[in-house]
Design a protein around this ligand. Structure first.
Ligand code: S3P
Length: 179
């Protein structure tokens, strides 16, 4: 793979946009490490994300999220799948370290809710009587911040491998390892 690659890539976007699945494929294609922000937070806290929300609240989770993300973003050759709320913080994307490519995986609220329905109880913010209504409200609030990413890929109707390939194409790279 010969191209001018960034030093690290951060996938951002709403819950259910495929950040973790795509991130793993992309890291594999690039021969880089993969980091899932929620998983790293769970290791750091020794508890699941829903438990952190339930026991200590969202503000506590956000501080931990910020700290764990900052430590991952100091590394090179890593693909980070950020949680859906990380990039929604004011000014967050403009403060990433030099050499970080931010990519927004776009998904509609309808599709996001359909995708996360498979893992009930895993997303505290959508654990409400009307998750679609909540998803629409959150997306309206967060969309303008997500849109400040350097690149955007619309994931609607695409398989994760196709999303990964689109990102590789944006990088001017190709995935030689995947048939
Ligand atoms: C959140 C998204 C989740 C997780 C937490 C909060 C959000 O991650 O960090 O439940 O605020 O959108 P995923 O986007 O990986 O589901």
């Amino acid at each position: 793979m010969t191209t001018d690659l960034p030093r690290r890539i951060v996938l951002i976007g709403f819950m259910g946009s495929g950040k973790s699945t795509v991130g793993r494929l992309l890291a594999n294609a690039l021969g880089w490490r993969f980091a899932d922000l929620d998983e790293r937070i769970e290791v750091e806290a020794g508890r699941s994300v829903p438990r952190i929300f339930a026991e200590d609240g969202e503000a506590f989770f956000r501080d931990l999220e910020e700290r764990v993300a900052d430590s991952i973003l100091r590394r090179d050759h890593v693909v980070l799948a950020a949680g859906g709320g990380w990039a929604a913080r004011p000014g967050r994307l403009s403060q990433v370290p030099d050499g970080t490519l931010t990519v927004w995986l776009q998904v509609s609220p309808e599709e996001a809710v359909r995708r996360v329905r498979g893992t009930p109880g895993s997303r505290p913010l959508l654990d409400v009587p009307d998750p679609l209504d909540r998803a629409r409200a959150l997306m309206a609030e967060r969309g303008p911040r997500y849109a400040t990413a350097a690149c955007t890929v619309d994931t609607e109707g695409l398989e994760p491998i196709d999303v990964s390939r689109r990102i590789l194409a944006l990088l001017g790279a190709t995935d030689n390892r995947t048939p």
